[in-house]
Design a protein. Structure first.
Length: 116
């Protein structure tokens, strides 16, 4: 897998996390221009930087290094991101699914949106 493919995956995961290049750069202590170079594949990532970026994106490094499946093969962003839910996120979804579809669920969703 080359720099361009890894860069494309960084970009997709960054967008899934709703981070700007500036935000990601701040998290890994590089400029947004450097993040831009990584995403375009015009700069080579060191192993250390790859681990820093994966950590900032809260994904395993392997997610950035495995094949070209996923988005390029037409998999939806939702399907791709569900594979990397945290334990707490998974538990929350399971609990929500146990609730009957009522006004309570709708109100709970509205409340969560107010927290964001």
């Amino acid at each position: 897998m080359g720099n361009k493919q890894i860069g494309a995956k960084i970009r997709e995961y960054r967008k899934l996390k709703e981070l700007s290049q500036i935000n990601l750069g701040d998290l890994v202590e590089v400029s947004y221009q450097q993040i831009q170079k990584y995403e375009k594949g015009s700069a080579t990532l060191t192993v250390d930087r790859l681990f820093q970026i994966a950590g900032a994106l809260e994904i395993p490094v392997s997610a950035l290094l495995t094949g070209t499946e996923g988005f390029e093969a037409g998999e939806s962003k939702l399907q791709y991101s569900v594979a990397y839910l945290s334990r707490v996120e998974t538990e929350l979804i399971q609990l929500l699914r146990k609730l009957p579809e009522t006004e309570t669920v709708t109100a709970l969703a509205a409340f969560i949106k107010t927290l964001l």
